[in-house]
Design a protein around this ligand. Structure first.
Ligand SMILES: C[S@@+](CC[C@H](N)C(=O)[O-])C[C@H]1O[C@@H](n2cnc3c(N)ncnc32)[C@H](O)[C@@H]1O
Length: 448
């Protein structure tokens, strides 16, 4: 039995059993198993690909096995999901995929399930990916149910993405958008303004004027990253941070606040933009562990900021700022491509709690904004309940608030970006912009 398959299975089981994050647990398992570089790459592809396509694979497994996935023991189910990925996507020869999957199940002391596994794998191997897609199409499901299975997204996520695209006048892009969540994203880097780093081995873009793409390799080994001049950061995050900094000229003496700062990605970029212009930065984060990450990130890049560890809804009233970044806790539906397991973990049940918290944070942060000040409301989610609906609610409930044209600011940052010119808030998309699906609204407090 191959070690890489064993490692991938262990990672998937850790995700199932203890809510582990694949991007954290897998590198640890790869390290402790001392996999060679090609084996590590194979284990990563197996674990990530299986996790992303889980919804579709479960459909195939149910058809082939005649049992609902929920009726199959988790370790057996995860092994068969991995076997399905090998058969349908990696095009591993059927005999090898079947043999290795049955061995995995046997080694997991599930000898009794070996026969079932063998039978299901053989049935799956009767068709290739196109064949299974035809079987799915012939079910004539309503389009949302079909897309949910075909592109392996829970139905509520499929619906949320459809609604967000509809309100962007782009409902015909749903399949492209869902598909983009299933692609392997490249690592994005930011070169912090004012820092120097050798970027000659990097590809500029695709979206941020200070962003680069690392085609392959470990970013932490890259000199600029080790020096603190560059950081791993999705280019959507770079753009929303740049937009807050560049929406108007920075006056020396301005006070900036990153009110939900952990783990510090945007805080470091805000510091790089604020400090050289004579503005200062305060960061706040409620979770002590994440606040420590903010401190470490700032220190690594050589920046100083006032750091608070408080609930943003209870900051001292006297604190007043010219610019506030509110990167709100959200469902994270905009970063599904980077966190393959997250779509299966979050339920729609989280949404109500999150949207309530977002409103409370927005209201609280607004009280710390000076007259004339600007607040960036950001989510890493395109869900309308977390984005446009929140801004519409806030504009309705406040008389002292104006929505600035963030699209105009983005066009200045990068005229090549594909944006909807008819809206003032910005919704980025992986399939259109190559970034996570970040949302930005720029809100200005009136002077009087
Ligand atoms: C989307 S993340 C911020 C990401 C960060 N801006 C970055 O770019 O690295 C939201 C953060 O808000 C924090 N948070 C949640 N509730 C909060 C509260 N009531 N007050 C302050 N921070 C809170 C979470 O712990 C989380 O670290």
């Amino acid at each position: 039995m191959s070690n890489s398959r064993k490692v991938a299975l262990q990672a998937l089981l850790a995700v199932e059993a203890s809510d582990a994050y694949l991007n954290l647990v897998l590198p640890k398992l790869i390290g402790s198993s001392k996999l060679s570089t090609p084996d590590a790459a194979f284990a990563t592809e197996l674990a990530y690909g299986t996790s992303r396509n889980q919804g579709f694979y479960d459909y195939v497994i149910e058809k082939a096995g005649g049992r609902k996935p929920s009726e199959i023991d988790t370790d057996v189910l995860c092994s068969i999901r991995m076997g399905t990925h090998q058969l349908l996507v990696l095009e591993t020869p059927a005999h090898a995929a079947i043999f290795e999957t049955v061995e995995l199940v046997k080694r997991g002391l599930r000898g009794s399930a070996a026969g079932f596994t063998n039978a299901v794998m053989r049935k799956i191997a009767q068709f290739d990916l196109a064949g299974w897609l035809t079987i799915l199409e012939e079910e004539n499901l309503v389009s949302e149910d079909f897309q949910s299975i075909r592109f392996s997204h829970p139905i509520w996520v499929t619906r949320a993405i459809r609604l967000a695209l509809e309100s962007d006048g782009a409902s015909e892009q749903l399949e492209e958008a869902l598909n983009a969540d299933n692609a392997n994203p490249k690592v994005h880097l930011v070169k912090l303004p004012g820092k120097s780093a050798d970027t000659s081995r990097l590809v500029p873009g695709p979206a941020s004027p200070i962003g680069f793409t690392l085609e392959s390799g470990d970013p932490s080994k890259f000199q600029g990253v080790a020096d603190g001049a560059m950081r791993v950061q999705d280019q959507g995050s770079q753009l929303v941070t740049l937009a807050l900094a560049q929406v108007k000229a920075i006056e020396p003496g301005e006070h900036w606040l990153d009110v939900c700062a952990g783990p510090g990605g945007k805080a470091v970029l805000l510091a790089a933009l604020a400090l050289p212009s004579g503005a200062d930065l305060t960061t706040n984060e409620v979770t002590p562990h994440r606040a420590t990450l903010v401190a470490t990130a700032l220190r690594h890049s050589g920046f100083e900021a006032t750091q608070l560890v408080k609930d943003a809804r209870a900051l001292p009233e006297s604190l007043q700022f010219d610019r506030i970044m509110l990167d709100a806790p959200c469902t994270g539906l905009g970063a599904l491509r980077r966190r393959p397991e997250s779509r299966w973990r979050k339920g729609e049940g989280n949404l109500k709690e999150l949207t309530t918290l977002q409103r409370e944070l927005l209201t609280a942060a607004w009280d710390h904004l000076k007259p004339g000040g600007i607040l960036a409301y950001v989510t890493c989610s395109p869900h309308p309940a977390e984005t446009t609906a929140q801004i519409e609610w806030f504009l309705r409930s406040r008389k002292d608030c104006a929505l600035l044209d963030a699209t105009e600011v983005f066009v200045k940052l990068n005229p090549e970006l594909s944006l909807n010119p008819k809206r003032k808030t910005v919704q980025l998309w992986p399939h259109r912009n190559g970034t996570d699906a970040m949302f930005l609204a720029l809100l200005q407090k009136s002077n009087g």
